[in-house]
Ligand binder design. Sequence first.
Ligand code: ADP
Ligand code: MG
Length: 350
Amino acid sequence: GGPLLQKVRRPCRTMILVNPHSGRGQALQLFTGHIQGMLTEASVPYTLVLTEHQNHARELVKKADLSQWDALVIMSGDGLLFEVINGLMDREDWQEAIQTPLGILPGGSGNALAASRNDVMAWNEELLLSCGFMLCKGLVGSMDLVSIHLASRQRLFSFLSIAWGFVADVDIESEKYRHVGAIRFLMGTLVRLATLRVYQGRLAYLPVKEAPKHPKGTPVDSLLPGLDQPVPESWTVVKEEDFVLVLAIYQSHLAEDLWTVPGAMADDGVIHLFYVTAGISRPALLRLFLAMEKGAHLACGCPHLVYEKVRALRLEPITPQGMITVDGEMVEYGPVQAQIHPGLAKLICG
Ligand code: ADP
Ligand code: MG
């Protein structure tokens, strides 16, 4: 990940939030088996907090006395970090709160951020150990967040992705295979391929080169008009309205074995927008996902796959029912728009 700015104060008081139900339900055992000793050895004082229900971490972080903590670390999948980030952004003092260094120890079945922080491909225990070492070193860099507006006027903050169509369906449908671990996405992909669908909607985006410089660390979504207003002239409106998938991603990996954006950095200030238009054959779509393991999908020469670097986007589904996910979590279905906020959060990486 990007330039290293500072070091977490040491000895650093770390809150480690564990979702015991994430992944194959072994996050706590993985922590005690692989991480606990490492932290003791490195003299990193920590407090372990087990989450008891969904949104527990979000509520906890929203109310926490942050002067007590030098870092917030989650041991789970990406979903728990999504809770923590939104809990920080819910606070009145969010501008200061979101400066708290965040860390991730992969314990879930979807560990995209952990995979993105690693320069080499690693899985399971190997990835966990590598993230444990990062935590001991305590180097901190910046991470972009994306502000997302939904039809109900709810605003969310996202560190990973927005997905609609094939990817969102696989994400949610494969949760029932969580017990098999990260391979759930491959299983979900094969099942969804058999029932491949077309999703209708309108997509528009603000290309990187057209976007004005956005000041760092501001809360204002200066690039976005109201969701009920037309998109500005400077935006590109995609002429196709029949899609197989739309995926906006701002980390390099969508999953441990999906290297979606080989060049992406956590703080590159870019939303990497991919879409696949209708008409792609099942074998061609499968080839794209298999090639993605090596980051080679753009080299497949598939005419249905489009990739753009953007600063903001809007998606308006026409298909009346469906699923949209943000960081792998299902959100309200309907029109959605988003813009990047460069370097808004701090991430333990390196
Ligand atoms: P996984 O990668 O296995 O999906 P996540 O970290 O994404 O792991 O967590 C899955 C879901 O569980 C998320 O929606 C998260 O908010 C929720 N969650 C967090 N803690 C708990 C808990 N104690 N019990 C049930 N669900 C939880
Ligand atoms: Mg998840």
